[in-house]
Design a protein around this ligand. Structure first.
Ligand SMILES: O=C[C@H](O)[C@H](O)[C@H](O)COP(=O)(O)O
Length: 268
């Protein structure tokens, strides 16, 4: 899908307002409008430049991270990268990495990960993220919290003023047992922010979406800023039956944003 140019102009402004430093604007100079997928690929390829031979790499999940996994596989195949160990953040990425020929392991054998590269659903000005709209938040959080560096890669549509600000889902992984009870409790926690809590289901049959860990996802939608993220996180995690939530607070060490006018890179 091609995104109209005006979108990029306003989003570029948003990038700058969010404190992202303009990287190499000319590198993307193109006479035509780039698709969102091309921007994802540009961010992903930039992130893979940080990968060195011998590294243990957290392999993210989603349509942006997919490009990074493909690129790592390609560089391995060309002999430009050697001795990489990939730690996949989902079953889907596990399959993709195998098909790309990336040797895989897990956190039990490699508890310290050199670098993870993954996408996000939202990025706030402080590099906090919402993740998990693809349902992979738990494994992503386990692996990305074990990383020395975590590079988040996004196209500029993911930039928000505050988490939840896109009006789209903030996922919470819950055990299936009495999920309605958990959904009600989650909603009540954020009454002041006009929270709506919905079980994630497949539109075609109404069946619950089941995560790689056999849990359900309750998607929270906010009408207002939820305020202090650490307080929100602690409050959610204190509820019995909650496995984890999609707020990744203070975890990304670098955010790479690809936009029509260039790549912006922000480091911690
Ligand atoms: O569960 C999914 C992951 O957190 C993804 O990294 C996130 O949803 C971003 O996905 P995409 O790159 O497809 O927008």
């Amino acid at each position: 899908m091609a995104i109209p140019c005006t979108h990029f102009i306003s989003s570029e402004k948003a990038a700058l307002e969010n404190g992202f430093l303009l990287g190499s604007p000319n590198s993307l100079s193109s006479p035509r409008v780039l698709t969102q997928d091309e921007l994802k690929k540009i961010a992903a390829y930039k992130a893979v430049e940080y990968v060195e031979s011998g590294m243990v790499i957290g392999l993210g999940t989603g349509s942006t991270a997919k490009h990074a996994v493909d690129r790592i596989g390609e560089l391995l195949h060309q002999g430009k990268l050697k001795n990489i160990i990939g730690i996949p953040t989902s079953k889907k990425t596990h399959e993709q990495a195998i098909s790309c020929g990336i040797p895989l392991a897990n956190l039990d054998s490699y508890p310290i990960v050199d670098l993870a590269i993954d996408g996000a659903d939202e990025v706030d000005p402080f590099m906090n993220l919402v993740k998990g709209r693809g349902g992979s938040l738990l494994r992503e959080k386990m692996i990305e919290s074990a990383c020395k560096k975590f590079i988040c890669i996004v196209d500029e549509t993911k930039l928000v003023k505050y988490l939840g600000g896109s009006g789209l889902a903030m996922p919470v992984e819950v055990v299936p047992f009495c999920w309605k009870f958990s959904a009600e409790r989650l909603k009540n926690l954020f009454q002041d922010s006009g929270c709506v809590a919905k079980l994630r289901t497949f539109p075609e049959n109404g069946e619950p979406f089941v995560t790689d860990n056999e849990n359900y996802i309750i998607d929270l939608y906010f009408q207002k800023d939820i305020g202090d993220l650490n307080v929100a996180s602690d409050t959610i995690l204190r509820l019995p039956g909650i496995v984890d939530h999609g707020m990744f607070i203070n975890m990304a060490t670098t955010v790479i944003v690809a936009g029509e006018l260039g790549i912006t890179i922000k480091n911690k």
